[in-house]
Design a protein around this ligand. Structure first.
Ligand SMILES: CC(C)(COP(=O)(O)OP(=O)(O)OC[C@H]1O[C@@H](n2cnc3c(N)ncnc32)[C@H](O)[C@@H]1OP(=O)(O)O)[C@@H](O)C(=O)NCCC(=O)NCCS
Length: 186
């Protein structure tokens, strides 16, 4: 498919997702500070976000990716009070194969309310409507909560790649889930 930018805002039932605004940097940085130990267990980038300037740099880098069609990062907000609760993004896009991957995190205090599953379904719907054929989600095999998201959203578990990444100095296994356009029901 031809390269195109995604919509900057998508609205669901309880949440909406919106392209990062540089104004969000302070709040995003405060969230990372608040949840640093928890997020650091799952993401290599956490140790590189030490100051507000680092967070601003991150947001600028997401805008560059947006402009060159290599990634689309969104903040997730609750619809009832506009509170920012986490991030979701499209990355590892292979335009010539109509494939893309989703990544996400939510602040601990907003976990277990189904917000991420709703964000995944909202974004995947947009991707399939654009013409993507396959959306995948990958996670460490010890990240049970992350695996729960694609499982809840009807993704097919394809298998586990053995020791294909290094996390905190140790090899880790990676689970892959996917959904194809004709498997989406909306
Ligand atoms: C991975 C992560 C985003 C999952 O968040 P989550 O809140 O568990 O995900 P969901 O939105 O799917 O919520 C599901 C939970 O909400 C509950 N829930 C409540 N209301 C719900 C609703 N209306 N719809 C769906 N689920 C609902 C479900 O029962 C489930 O709870 P359970 O796990 O106790 O059974 C979160 O744990 C996280 O940010 N972790 C750290 C970062 C990370 O690991 N990112 C992924 C790296 S690959």
């Amino acid at each position: 498919m031809d390269k195109r930018v995604l919509l900057e805002k998508l609205v669901g039932d309880r949440i909406y997702i919106k392209k990062h605004d540089i104004q969000l940097a302070k709040m995003m940085f405060d969230y990372v500070q608040e949840d640093r130990d928890r997020l650091d267990r799952f993401f290599p980038w956490v140790e590189f976000i030490k100051t507000l300037e680092d967070e601003e740099g991150y947001i600028h880098s997401t805008h560059e990716k947006w402009d060159n069609y290599t990634g689309f990062d969104y903040g997730i907000f609750k619809k009832d009070d506009d509170v920012y609760i986490g991030n979701i993004g499209v990355h590892s896009i292979r335009w010539s194969h109509n494939c893309a991957e989703l990544g996400y995190w939510i602040l601990g205090k907003f976990e277990r309310q189904g917000f991420m599953s709703e964000a995944v379904q909202l974004l995947e719907k947009h991707l399939f409507e654009m013409g993507f054929h396959r959306v995948q989600i990958r996670c460490s095999d010890i990240n049970v909560r992350s695996a729960g998201v694609p499982e809840r959203c009807g993704y097919v578990y394809e298998g586990t790649a053995r020791e294909d990444a290094i996390e905190k100095g140790k090899y880790r296994n990676t689970r892959t889930y996917s959904k194809l356009a004709h498997e989406a029901n909306f």
